[in-house]
Design a protein. Structure first.
Length: 296
């Protein structure tokens, strides 16, 4: 995989905290661990990484630590979000020398612009950088839906190379995958829709659940690419159980608890307004982790 060919299984990396600060030791450990796993790229400082709670200095340290720990083995995309096009363009300029190969940019939140506003917004941002952009359509968070026809016009821009699709509309997703240009990679960002999206032709997935079983998601991806549908179904049944647990409460609380109990991070700490898992979910996660350990 390359930065301009964002296909396969990508991981939106969590951001570990300890005692209110960025946990750099755990971050190094995570980055090295996932660089050795069968994933195709990392998204840094996105929703799963609690990006809205990170200041600029923390984002820079996050990127530098992961880049150093992965040693160029994986393409890195930086998540950016905002509703002021000028400020977003400045942020692209400020991060231009950072060791990332591309950006994941969500639709402007809260302001709910028109389709023409979305078109001009993303065109302006694409013009503010030479690095590849993956757009992020998630209407239930942003309050606005990037229509497929608008996306297809944006795909004519050379450095708009992909879409993270969380439209939550099966009809829109099916239409997207049926009509999209070959130059645009579509990766589902809805963990529960991974099987459906891949069977309909999505080029990959950006999955929080890949923190838990990256090899399992790779097997699923490979089986579907090879037309082994029955094998893929069996793999998906097990993966869907993990997904249900991880999203039983607001993400990434369950993912952080799992990684903490697995010894990959020193603390399951989140930043407010996010809070940790309830005792009931913690018990279910611990039981699932113990079950997986026995299978290994």
């Amino acid at each position: 995989m390359t930065a301009t060919n964002p296909t396969g299984i990508w991981l939106p990396l969590i951001t570990p905290f300890r005692d209110g600060a960025l946990d750099e030791a755990s971050l190094q450990n995570l980055a090295r661990h996932y660089a050795s796993q069968p994933i195709d790229g990392l998204i840094l400082a996105a929703t799963t990484g609690e990006a809205l709670t990170l200041d600029d200095d923390e984002q820079l340290r996050l990127v530098r630590i992961v880049a150093e720990a992965t040693e160029g083995r994986l393409p890195l995309y930086l998540g950016l979000a905002g509703s002021d096009t000028r400020r977003m363009a400045r942020r692209l300029a400020e991060t231009d020398t950072w060791p990332v190969q591309g950006y994941l940019i969500s639709c402007p939140y809260y302001s709910r612009p028109s389709q023409d506003g979305l078109l001009q917004h993303f065109q302006a941002l694409a013009g503010a950088t030479q690095k590849p952009l993956m757009l992020y359509n998630i209407p239930y968070r942003a309050g606005v839906n990037l229509a497929n026809d608008t996306l297809f016009r944006l795909a004519e821009t050379a450095n708009i190379v992909g879409l993270k699709d969380c439209c939550a509309d099966p009809a829109q997703m099916a239409d997207l995958l049926r009509r999209k240009p070959a130059s645009l990679a579509v990766l589902t960002g809805d963990d529960a829709q991974t099987f459906s999206a891949l069977t309909q032709g999505a080029e990959g997935a950006i999955l929080a659940a890949a923190h838990i079983d990256p090899a399992g998601f790779r097997r699923l991806y490979d089986a579907l690419r090879q037309g082994q549908l029955e094998t893929a179904r069996h793999i998906w049944v097990k993966l869907s159980e993990i997904i249900a647990l991880l999203f039983a409460e607001p993400s990434p609380a369950a993912t952080k608890h799992w990684l903490w109990r697995a010894g990959l991070i020193a603390s399951p700490e989140l930043r407010l307004p996010m809070t940790g898992v309830t005792p009931g979910l913690a018990m279910r996660l611990d039981q699932a982790l113990a079950k997986l350990a026995k299978l290994d």
